[in-house]
Write a protein that binds this ligand. Sequence first.
Ligand code: HH2
Length: 267
Amino acid sequence: MTAFARPAVMGVLNVTPDSFSDGGEYLDAAAAVAHARAMVGEGAALVDVGGESTRPGAAPVGEAEELRRVMPVVEALGRDGTVPISIDTSKAAVARAAIAAGAAFVNDVTALRGDPGMAQVVAASGAEVCLVHMLGEPRTMQDDPRYDDLVSDVKAFLEERLAFAVAEGIPGERVWLDPGIGFGKTLEHNLELLRRLDEIVVLGQPVLVGASRKRFIGTLTGRAERHRVAGTVAANVLAFARGADMFRVHDVAATRDALAVASATLA
Ligand code: HH2
């Protein structure tokens, strides 16, 4: 069983200069730690610390630079002990260092494909892991993404990655699946995945959704990143109704309130 009760909110903490929504805001470790504590105060079950933007078109970041960005924050949060830590990375060395400093969750948008050492790092720890569907890689993923059958393709990919994780020694109950909203998806793809999320949920694994402030919400509402809270809440409440368990968001308080009402109503 996962350590996180449904619905769980994962607060986003990007320690990057270029993330699409909060890039540059938390480069200073003290500001990052304060923001992590604030998100937990607002109801986040864990905070997802990331040092490499995966926004469409983002350039890859080297291991040393990624460690330099995230480790002061992860170490401070680990010492603090009040903020459950997720590390948003596809690099085994970054995951290993973050787990040693207290991270309990590895959020790998490459679903263990980015680094051949990643599965073993997770298997050797007690950490939970999230496997995300992505078509292609961030630099090119939004260049005309196409699927034979979107939901079957995403589902087959996640099933294959889950089998790989288990074969590598990661207990199945520690594996989360994520359809990868915005990772090689058009507006229609994102909407279809949210609409048919129950078809991913039936795989029986806990499901995480990351819709927060993403471009499809901007396209539908005409709003800039910071003004996409209502759209984000709507997407997450729908995802919850379709069976998702965890919601990765920048706006923790609004999402937590909406999910409290949705969960009490649907229970
Ligand atoms: N989306 C982003 C990053 N990590 N992890 C999971 N599991 N699911 C997601 O949908 C997801 C993710 C991209 O958003 P963000 O971190 O806000 O921006 P950036 O990649 O520019 O840092």
